[in-house]
Structures are given as structure tokens and as C-alpha cells.
Design a protein around this ligand. Structure first.
Ligand SMILES: *Cc1c(COP(=O)(O)O)cnc(C)c1O
Length: 409
């Protein structure tokens, strides 16, 4: 069994250890929730302040040109592209993941206009399924949403499917889909696939173009460390871009927005998937987070993330009873998180958070722990389980105050 000294030795030998200094984390916290809200890069406060004071405050509207605000969605898109195996000009930053899901679904429908089913899996992250329902409602009955269990997806791929929307790393279990194999199977039947990379981008190598992916979306505020409500991103494979008339046809997706034409003419390439004015303060913060990841080796991130997850599972199973592993045991089959079920999961997580170990809870009984190799270490993981063991042995989690539910879990 791994001891605290062993864990400290692993930290000393860790090639990513230096990245922790680039994040502003409170000393009293072991943060295992970077899969929900990434930590604050030290560079972010100064950068956002500079954009506010100097760019907005002094340049005012001129900053769209003088500070190149207008290019921010594409510049950030190109940077994110490097993290997910996409080419320059295939990714645009902006909006929320939910809105980008809608854009991608509509694009699929334009590529396959004779088809009527939009397909996803049961238990997917709710917004993915909800956005499909909205689109089905808008279609007045022409488009039908179908949700099937994971092991029934293959059988549900028929020539009436217009889009398959899947989350690469499952938000609750951390289970991975085989992106290359699923994409190939769907495409063999003419079905474009949308990959939701919310729990994958910045957490592991992703190879969209190697998988010949069609569309992808993802979050800026999880592993990309862009801050609460950070702009999300949309990937559209080059071969599809000019075949799609954007349904959210906002003025900044126009070929010449400053002509102020009465009629919409889509811009060439990824630009047409931009809708309205970009959130420049959010973009500035997101860029700080993405820049750190661009300095790191994604293979090293993956190796450490798997090792942290393995250590966590080993420690929980060696030291505690009543916790049931709900993530794949094989590190290669899970993302950068580990979930355990416990019937008192909510109260246990609240007690753990009060002791400074921050994970999160997903109904009905899942304690979820995210491992972010750039700022979480082996000794952190060891100590987190040690504190969890104390929370269980002392019975402190049974205090009434840990059973009061907050609005956000
Ligand atoms: C976090 C997450 C989202 C978030 O969507 P927002 O519109 O950015 O709130 C979407 N999909 C998945 C799979 C997620 O994990």
C-alpha cells in the first residue's frame, strides 16, 4: 500500500510539478473539483485587470482594432484546436457549451436534410439531451429525439439518424467512448457525430482530425481553467464548414459584418459559426488558462491523471468500506475523474468539503473526484483519502448541518 512518503516521492519526481506554481490555490484546500470549475491561474487577475483598465478604460471602442478584440474567438479557437487535435480555422470560442450543441445539431440536420432522428444516450449530461428536445420542439414534429442506453447505440444507428451526440468522457462515471471507432461506425451509415469534450479537453490528448470527427463542443471553465462561465468552443471539420448555413445567423458570422447589409451572407469557414459580440473579459481569462495547457505535454498530463486516479482508488478501497467504485477500474477506460457511490454521499461530501477536500456530489449517490495533473499531486490525493477516512471513522458526516442541500451541488 502506498504511504504518504511514497506519494511525496512521486511528487518530487513529477515532471509537471512546476505547473502548480502557476495557479492561485488556497493552502488550506485540496482541490479535486477542477473537472467542474478549474482553478484560478495566477496570471488571470492581472490580465483581466489590464483588459479592463487599459484596453477598455483607455482605448474604449478603438480596442476592437487596437487590441484585436475582434479576433479573440478565432485566436482562442486556434489555441484550443492544438489541445484537441484540430487544425487552425476549425475551432471558434464563444457562447456556452449548450448553445454550441444547438449550433452543431442544426449543422448536422443541414448535412442530412432527409433524416429525422437526433440520437444520444440515456444518462448523458442533461443539457445535451435538453438542447435536443428544444430543437425537436422547434421542428414541429419533423425531428425526433431518441435516447438509448450505451450498449444499444450501435443498434440505433440507422439511415434515418441525422446526428449522433455523445459525451466523450461521461460526466458522472468518467467512462470514455472510443471516439475513433464510434465515429467510423456512425459515418459508415452517413451519420455525423458531435463529440462533447467538456470533460476531455485539457484533461487528455484528444485527436479530432485523426478520428475524422465532424463536430465537437466543450467547456472553457473545466480543465481549460477559463473561470466561471468562461466561453465554450465549437469545432467544425473544415470539410463541413461551407456546406452549413448557420441557424444562429448573427451579424458577426456575416461575411462582411460592417457592411450592415439587410441580408445575411455567411462568412467563409469557421467564422460563420460566430453569432454575436464576443465576451472579451471572459475571453481574456480563458486565454490565461489555455496558455498554461499549451506549455504542458498532454501525454504527461494523461499519464499523471491515470496514476492519480489509480492511487485514489487503491487508497479508498484499502482504507474504507461502503464505497462502491462507479468509474472504470482500468485507467485507460476512464477520463480524469473517479466516482464512488455511497448511500450517504451528499452528507459525506459536505463534511469533506468543510475539512478542505473539495470534490462534488452528483445525485443520487455519487461522490465525484476530479484529478487535474497541473495542480494536484500524489500527496494531495493520499491526504484527501486520509481525511475522508477520518470523516467516516469520526462519524462527523452525520451532523445535521451536512444534510442541508445548497442550490448548487
Ligand atoms: C459541464 C458540461 C456542459 C455544460 O454546458 P454549459 O452550457 O457550458 O453550462 C455540457 N455538457 C457536458 C457533458 C458537461 O459536462
Amino acid at each position: 500500500m502506498t504511504t504518504l512518503d511514497d506519494a511525496r516521492r512521486l511528487d518530487t519526481a513529477d515532471p509537471l510539478a512546476g505547473f502548480r506554481e502557476r495557479f492561485a490555490l488556497p493552502d488550506s484546500v485540496i482541490y479535486l473539483d477542477g473537472n467542474s470549475l478549474g482553478a484560478l491561474p495566477k496570471a488571470t487577475s492581472g490580465r483581466v485587470e489590464a483588459v479592463v483598465q487599459s484596453e477598455w478604460g483607455e482605448d474604449l471602442i478603438r480596442a476592437w482594432n487596437t487590441r484585436d478584440w475582434i479576433s479573440a474567438p478565432k485566436r482562442l479557437g486556434d489555441k484550443i484546436a492544438r489541445l484537441i487535435g484540430a487544425a487552425p480555422g476549425e475551432v471558434i470560442a464563444g457562447e456556452s457549451t449548450s448553445v454550441n450543441i444547438f449550433k452543431a445539431l442544426c449543422a448536422c440536420l443541414q448535412l442530412t436534410p432527409e433524416r429525422s432522428v437526433i440520437l444520444s444516450e440515456t444518462g448523458n449530461f442533461p443539457t445535451d439531451a435538453y438542447m435536443m428536445e428544444g430543437l425537436a420542439a422547434l421542428s414541429g414534429g419533423r425531428i425526433r429525439q431518441v435516447l438509448v442506453e450505451r450498449d444499444a447505440i450501435d443498434a440505433a444507428l440507422t439511415d434515418d439518424v441525422a446526428a449522433l451526440l455523445l459525451t466523450h468522457t461521461h460526466y458522472k462515471s468518467g467512462q470514455l467512448h472510443d471516439m475513433k471507432a464510434v465515429t467510423a461506425r456512425a459515418q459508415a451509415l452517413g451519420i455525423p457525430v458531435i463529440w462533447d469534450l467538456s470533460h476531455s479537453a485539457g484533461a487528455m490528448p484528444v485527436a479530432l482530425n485523426d478520428c475524422e470527427a465532424d463536430f465537437a463542443v466543450g467547456c472553457g471553465y473545466k480543465y481549460l481553467n477559463g473561470g466561471p462561465g468562461a466561453p465554450a468552443f465549437l469545432f467544425v471539420a473544415k470539410r463541413h464548414q461551407d456546406r452549413v448555413f448557420p441557424v444562429l445567423s448573427g451579424w458577426l458570422g456575416h461575411a462582411r459584418p460592417f457592411d450592415f447589409d439587410d441580408r445575411y451572407e455567411p462568412a467563409a469557414g469557421i467564422d460563420r459559426f460566430q453569432c454575436g459580440t464576443p465576451a472579451i473579459l471572459g475571453m481574456a481569462a480563458l486565454e490565461c488558462g489555455v496558455d498554461i495547457l499549451l506549455d504542458a505535454d498532454m501525454q504527461e498530463i494523461r499519464i499523471k491523471s491515470q496514476a492519480l486516479g489509480d492511487l485514489f482508488i487503491e487508497q479508498v478501497e484499502d482504507r474504507l468500506d461502503g464505497f462502491e467504485l462507479r468509474s472504470p477500474r482500468a485507467a485507460g477506460e476512464r477520463g480524469s475523474q473517479v466516482s464512488f457511490a455511497h448511500e450517504h454521499g451528499y452528507a459525506i461530501m459536505q463534511a469533506l468539503i468543510e475539512r478542505g477536500v473539495i470534490g462534488d456530489f452528483r445525485a443520487p449517490d455519487i461522490l465525484r473526484f476530479g484529478f487535474t495533473p497541473l495542480y494536484a499531486g500524489y500527496a494531495d490525493v493520499w491526504t484527501a483519502v486520509d481525511i475522508l477516512a477520518d470523516v467516516m471513522q469520526s462519524g462527523v458526516w452525520q451532523d445535521a448541518r451536512f444534510n442541508i442541500r445548497s442550490a448548487v451541488t
